[in-house]
Design a protein around this ligand. Structure first.
Ligand code: FES
Length: 131
């Protein structure tokens, strides 16, 4: 016997929105309103702390921990070209797209994440799945 169950929300083919929603490897981590344009924010995720910034309609997501001595990049500042972030501790600068250090003393890149905006939520993909 077949039983049609619309589920508790009665939605048809609609994903539940909210933190922790996983779809195609993406996870919603914040509403777009939580990350004002040009301001750095950090969020604790299972894979570690991730920094998010929106610059001119684009969203970037990268590991918050500086590879030099571990300071929070979200407490730093955007670089002059606004596609880099500068560590508040010793001034290492990282490319927002690649995570590569543009200026030392850091020598190693920070991880970068695929990121997108969907229905008012910022979602990031799994680590190492850039692009
Ligand atoms: Fe970031 Fe030293 S901890 S530059």
């Amino acid at each position: 016997m077949e039983r049609l169950d619309p589920g508790p929300r009665g939605g048809l083919g609609r994903l539940t929105e909210g933190r922790g929603t996983v779809e195609e490897g993406f996870r919603a981590i914040a509403s777009i309103a939580e990350v004002p344009e040009g301001e750095l924010r950090a969020f604790d995720l299972p894979q570690g702390r991730v920094a998010i910034v929106r610059v001119e309609q684009e969203i970037f997501a990268f590991g918050d921990e500086c590879t030099h001595e571990g300071c929070s990049l979200a407490e730093g500042a955007l670089g002059g070209q606004e596609e880099s972030v500068i560590c508040p501790c010793h001034g290492s600068e990282f490319d927002l797209r690649t995570g590569e250090p543009l200026e030392g003393p850091a020598e190693d890149p920070v991880p970068v994440y695929r990121v997108r905006e969907r229905e008012g939520w910022i979602e990031i993909g799994a680590i190492g799945e850039e692009g």
